[in-house]
Design a protein around this ligand. Structure first.
Ligand SMILES: [Zn+2]
Ligand SMILES: [Zn+2]
Length: 354
């Protein structure tokens, strides 16, 4: 199957909500980092007029605009939803998450539960803004790895915050374990697409005597990205490409890559049956057997997971194959060492063997 991989960075804020930069700053950073497309999601405002290709002398990047919606009157604040492709302001539906999700669907949009587990960080007066309405159905997926939620688990004191403000490359280890667990639980009876988000704010902060932008867009664009598999290369026409990207995201033709330790470009997780093939996000029949193949761009520890349990681990490999006739939800996690710690490197979307 000939799929074309592009790198998308999604979930970021500008001065239209609580970010410190502009759409222009985001485009500049994306061009510098070789990001193919960005999806800007300001809080409770659908900002018009910034979508399209932006280019410099060497390359171009596609800027798309969605929205992050939550009920600002709710106490405590919970239930943030990322909305892409609805093409209209839907923040007025924020007080009823299910109605909001349904309205996004009716508008041909995609919805992703943002930072499903997002603990409090009292040292920084940050409250718990996890998702709480787990009875909701019919959303496209979840933001499995949100770099900002993960940071909140690492900063019991201001001093920790200061450390990570200056050495953000120490932050990312893996998605929050409770979120991975929740995803496996949801996958028992439905399809749920996983994406990775930056939650970039690029805020200017005073940390005692230190001034710092925490964390620049550029840092995020080199860290946790969503790699999207397209049926054909980007055409250069913004509307055509936007539709192609959103179609692939809605079917789960994508994986999450933490590109800072090493580029994850080129990762493959595919299934071959006797007559059919499948990529991440697809279904394939179990009868007659299926070969699941994983390929990573550099050697790493590959874990194959079926229905939430690791069934096989390959140490320091770039290739892994597994033959099965067992139906189940199969996905892959890849780990690699970076700066002295074992880090989550790649999280695939599942292949549904039925
Ligand atoms: Zn949020
Ligand atoms: Zn956000």
């Amino acid at each position: 199957m000939n799929m074309h991989e592009i790198i998308v960075n999604l979930h970021m804020h500008t001065r239209y909500s609580d970010g410190g930069g502009s759409h222009h700053d985001i485009a500049d950073a994306a061009l510098k980092c070789g990001i193919d497309a960005v999806i800007v999601t300001d809080h409770n405002v659908f900002v018009k007029g910034f979508e399209g290709y932006i280019q410099d002398a060497k390359q171009k990047t596609l800027m798309l605009v969605g929205e992050e919606i939550h009920d600002q009157a709710r106490k405590p604040q919970k239930n943030h939803l990322l909305v892409f492709g609805a093409e209209k302001e839907l923040a007025t539906f924020a007080d009823d998450p299910q109605l909001l999700i349904n309205t996004v669907r009716d508008s041909n949009g995609l919805s992703f539960i943002a930072h499903p587990h997002d603990p409090a960080a009292p040292a920084f007066h940050e409250t718990d803004i996890s998702w709480s309405d787990w009875s909701a159905i019919h959303y496209t997926g979840i933001e499995l790895w949100n770099e900002f939620s993960e940071l909140k688990t690492l900063i019991p004191t201001k001093l920790h915050g200061l450390l990570y403000a200056f050495f953000p490359e120490l932050i990312a280890h893996h998605p929050i374990p409770a979120t991975l667990h929740k995803w496996d639980e949801l996958l028992e009876d439905r399809r749920v697409v996983a994406i990775g988000g930056s939650d970039a704010h690029a805020k200017h902060m005073n940390l005692g005597p230190f001034q710092r932008v925490v964390f620049p867009y550029e840092f995020h664009f080199r860290a946790v990205n969503t790699h999207v598999l397209l049926p054909k290369p980007l055409t250069g026409d913004a509307n055509t490409d936007k539709k192609m990207i959103y179609d692939s995201l809605s079917t789960g033709h994508c994986f999450i890559g933490y590109d800072l330790p090493a580029s994850t470009r080129g990762f493959h997780f595919t299934a071959q049956g006797r007559e059919t093939e499948a990529v991440m996000g697809d279904e394939i029949p179990a009868r007659n057997g299926v070969t699941l193949q994983t390929r990573t761009p550099f050697s790493a520890d590959i874990r194959l997971i079926r229905n939430g349990k690791a069934i096989r681990v390959w140490k320091s490999q770039t290739n892994a194959a597994y033959i099965t006739t067992e139906p189940g939800v199969y996905r892959v996690e890849v780990y690699r060492r970076y700066l002295g710690r074992r880090r989550g490197w790649i999280f695939s979307n599942p292949i549904y063997v039925r």
